[in-house]
Design a protein. Structure first.
Length: 252
């Protein structure tokens, strides 16, 4: 799991190029939930800054953290002026708290032991925690099945299973399931923000090249699975890229 979490730096430029931007509606959801101006924010697993720029453009003083130096180097190019800290979540100092602590497609890489106790120390009382991700999926069922068959000899599942073993079909999904069990957070909410995209087949392959399940393959196997997938794709594909958002408030 640690190896997968630290695999992205090898493809930092591709990550920046092929991963989708987060929509403005995401910022609006978080601001509306907060109910008061958000002045400071801590980002966990910032990567190349796909979410950093959304919050920084709103005038929020973001401290972007990531354990990977290559990812942070790309972030600094894209979001100059933002404070950056190279460290995993578990090593972040807890001597300061923030109006907002958020994680964009990175929370599942953190250590579950004591996760919410550590998180509570970073969110000011009454402040907001947000976790969001974009589990992109091909919209056409026939194309989706063709790609599944093409990749299965090499990659059975592209995603990372919920750390707490909860069902993806349940009324509350992870990390909301854990937040509801935490004494430090309340008012847990789950939302979906539509964000469908139409992209070229080559762009879709580029996106796959930034997913950890493929990064863990041997180079020859990775090339072969991408070749097989490309053969079954039309020239353009529609990708269902709903933003899965979880919000919670730090108990005062």
């Amino acid at each position: 799991m640690v190896a997968r979490a630290l695999s992205f730096g090898t493809v930092a430029e591709a990550y920046e190029r092929y991963r989708p931007e987060y929509p403005q509606e995401l910022l609006e959801f978080v601001q509306a939930y907060a109910g008061v101006p958000i002045r400071t924010a801590l980002e966990i697993g910032a990567g190349t800054g796909k979410a950093t720029r959304l919050f920084a453009r709103a005038g929020i003083a973001v401290t972007a953290t990531d354990p990977d130096a290559a990812m942070l180097a790309e972030l600094r190019k894209r979001v100059p002026g933002v404070t950056t800290v190279q460290a995993p979540f578990e090593d972040l100092p807890s001597d300061r708290s923030y109006d907002l602590v958020y994680s964009a497609a990175a929370l599942h890489w953190t250590n579950p032991d004591g996760r919410w106790e550590r998180m509570a120390k970073l969110v000011r009382p009454g402040g907001v925690f947000a976790s969001f991700a974009v589990p992109s999926e091909l919209a056409d069922p026939a194309v989706r099945e063709a790609v599944r068959q093409a990749r299965t000899p090499y990659v059975e599942d592209e995603g990372v299973p919920p750390p707490d073993g909860s069902s993806a079909d349940g009324p509350m999904q992870w990390p909301g399931t854990e937040l509801e069990r935490s004494d430090a957070f309340t008012d847990v909410r789950q939302s979906l923000i539509p964000n469908n995209l139409t992209i070229s087949a080559d762009h879709y392959i580029g996106h796959l090249s930034t997913i950890s399940a493929y990064l863990m393959l041997q180079p020859a196997d990775r090339d072969e699975v991408f070749r097989r997938i490309r053969l079954v794709l039309p020239e353009t594909v529609e990708v269902a890229s709903e933003v899965h958002l979880h919000l919670a408030r730090r108990v005062p």
